[in-house]
Design a protein around this ligand. Structure first.
Ligand SMILES: O=C(O)C[C@H](O)C(=O)O
Ligand code: SF4
Length: 509
């Protein structure tokens, strides 16, 4: 097993940086399906450029490399304890070299372990089989889409769709609602894995395991096969679109499995995966641990995704540089594309909580500033110099309880994130003269290239790399105004519109 650790390191690196063939094909269809000049088209072309950049740089496609989850089949008598130790060593090494973001934090204190190791992390599912080889599959599924997982206990009254009974139609309603409730927050267009039956725990496990199926496989159960196809077709009529901007592609895959249940329970468990659907695997030689062959990687796969150069620019973009005046902000409307230059600060969950209860140190000047909801991947060289190597936005809605107060307290003019925010923030933007800008979720390489320098960092020790307040200099950082200072929200519009469409599916077979 002398090569086992290297093989696992190779698997982690490839999974983080290079999407599988079937996912590439699905995303390529989505790019072709959107009008290139629309906001959805803008999102898809940025995503496509980002995918290529990650391969070229051998760097994370998305900064959130998730909770590494391994599914392993081993021959009888294999040393699983040794494998576990070697996997942990490979995970720590991948974290040190920036292929994984340090993502394991203590459940209560939030203290980051720094190397993706912790209680029950990484997640490793071992299962014996009768073959001689070792089969390893890895999923890197980020937190934003994991937060959009949902579990229904039937019968249930589904918003917009009415009674979901304990039958296939009830399952159908759950799945349409599951896609609706994710909106753009899980970085659509997405994929869903579904577990029907089991108990609360095994249902979710079954759902996640469905994500191991290839996008183009067919369900051997004709009834479920038909349902998978129907859900994709209807979901794509919801008009949620890439990143929730509105558009033709909302769902790229739906895979449904079923388990026996107890008579009293009927669970429908849904695992939502973003477009950055990172899963790969391989077959290993049980004696040496060397790779025999890769899974999910076809020789004739689409190697280059990008057709353009990223966000297609028109020259009409509005340039912003902090400190930004209220006048500049009031001129912006939903749909405008802005180009940001100059200083920007990151801040997410721990930061917002902190600001609600403390004042920032005096030397941090945020007046007229730009706050980016982002937890980057950061590398430090021997001269203690930091470089941001992956930096896409995180889901903003988590900051909804705090955002309006934080804008006021820090005198901010622009918030950048993804997925949109709610009514309290919208009101805050109006009152204080600020905007919400949507960056393209998952486009971590694309945005990292817009960051020209790190001028400082605060709270690194206490909050860890993703949650710290990074002070950045950016150049030509594009984003779309999706909530303006006049009470308009694209997210609210898309949500309301898609809810109306959802309602029309109640009885439509
Ligand atoms: O943690 C992150 O960087 C992003 C997260 O995956 C999200 O989608 O919100
Ligand atoms: S930021 Fe978006 S693409 Fe990245 S893990 Fe979160 S949901 Fe997925």
């Amino acid at each position: 097993m002398k090569n086992f650790r290297d093989s696992i390191l190779h698997l982690i690196t490839e999974t983080s940086a290079n999407l599988p063939s079937d996912v590439r094909a699905a995303i390529s269809r989505a790019i072709d399906g959107e009008d290139g000049d629309s906001q959805a088209g803008l999102a898809m072309s940025t995503i496509s450029v980002n995918i290529d950049m990650a391969v070229d740089a051998v760097a994370p496609i998305c900064q959130d490399t998730g909770m590494p989850t391994f599914f392993i089949h081993t021959p009888v008598g294999a040393d699983q304890l040794l494998m576990k130790r070697e996997i942990e060593a490979a995970v720590a090494e991948a974290s040190r070299t920036g292929k994984l973001r340090p993502n394991a934090v203590d459940a209560i204190s939030g203290k980051n372990s720094g190397n993706n190791l912790g209680c029950h992390v990484p997640v490793i599912h071992f299962e014996p089989w009768e073959k001689d080889e070792i089969d390893v599959k890895l999923i890197l599924k980020g937190g934003g889409c994991e937060n959009k997982n949902i579990q229904y206990s039937l019968p249930f009254d589904i918003p917009g769709l009415g009674k979901a009974a304990r039958d296939l139609d009830g399952v159908r309603k759950c799945l349409l609602h599951a896609v609706y409730q994710a909106q753009g927050q899980g970085c659509s267009p997405g994929f869903i894995g579904v577990g029907v039956g089991g108990d609360r725990t095994s249902g979710y496990e079954l759902a996640k395991k469905q994500l191991l199926r290839t996008v183009d496989d067919r369900n051997p159960d004709p009834e479920l096969d038909q349902l998978e196809e129907e859900i994709i077709r209807k979901a794509n009529r919801l008009d949620i679109g890439p990143m929730g901007f509105g558009g033709k592609t909302t769902l790229l895959g739906c895979k449904i499995g079923k388990s026996h249940r107890v008579p009293a329970s009927f669970f429908v468990s849904v695992a939502y995966n973003c477009w950055a659907y990172r899963r790969l695997g391989f077959l290993l030689d049980p004696l040496t641990g060397s790779i025999i062959r890769w899974f999910y990687r076809e020789a004739d796969e689409i190697k280059r995704m990008a057709k353009g150069a990223g966000m297609p620019l028109t020259g009409k973009e509005v340039t912003l540089r902090a400190p930004i005046s209220e006048d500049e902000i009031r001129k912006l409307r939903v749909g405008d594309v802005v180009m940001i230059n100059g200083p920007m600060h990151t801040g997410r969950d721990a930061f917002h909580h902190y600001v609600m209860h403390h004042d920032l140190p005096e030397e941090i000047d945020t007046r007229g500033g730009v706050l980016y909801h982002c937890g980057p991947v950061v590398m430090k060289n021997e001269q203690d110099h930091y470089t941001i190597t992956a930096a896409g936005p995180t889901t903003s809605i988590r900051e909804e309880p705090y955002q309006a107060d934080v804008i006021k307290k820090l005198d901010l003019r622009a918030i950048i994130g993804k997925g949109g925010m709610g009514p309290k923030t919208l009101q805050g933007l109006k009152e204080h003269g600020a905007v919400y800008l949507n960056a393209i979720g998952g486009a971590a390489q694309y945005y990292a290239r817009c960051i020209t320098g790190v001028t400082g960092v605060d709270f690194l020790e206490e909050m860890g790399v993703p949650e710290a307040m990074w002070h950045l200099e950016v150049q030509s950082f594009p984003a779309i105004v999706t909530m303006d200072s006049h009470g308009n929200s694209l997210h609210q519009q898309v949500e309301e519109h898609s809810f109306t469409i959802l309602g029309t599916f109640a009885d439509e077979k």
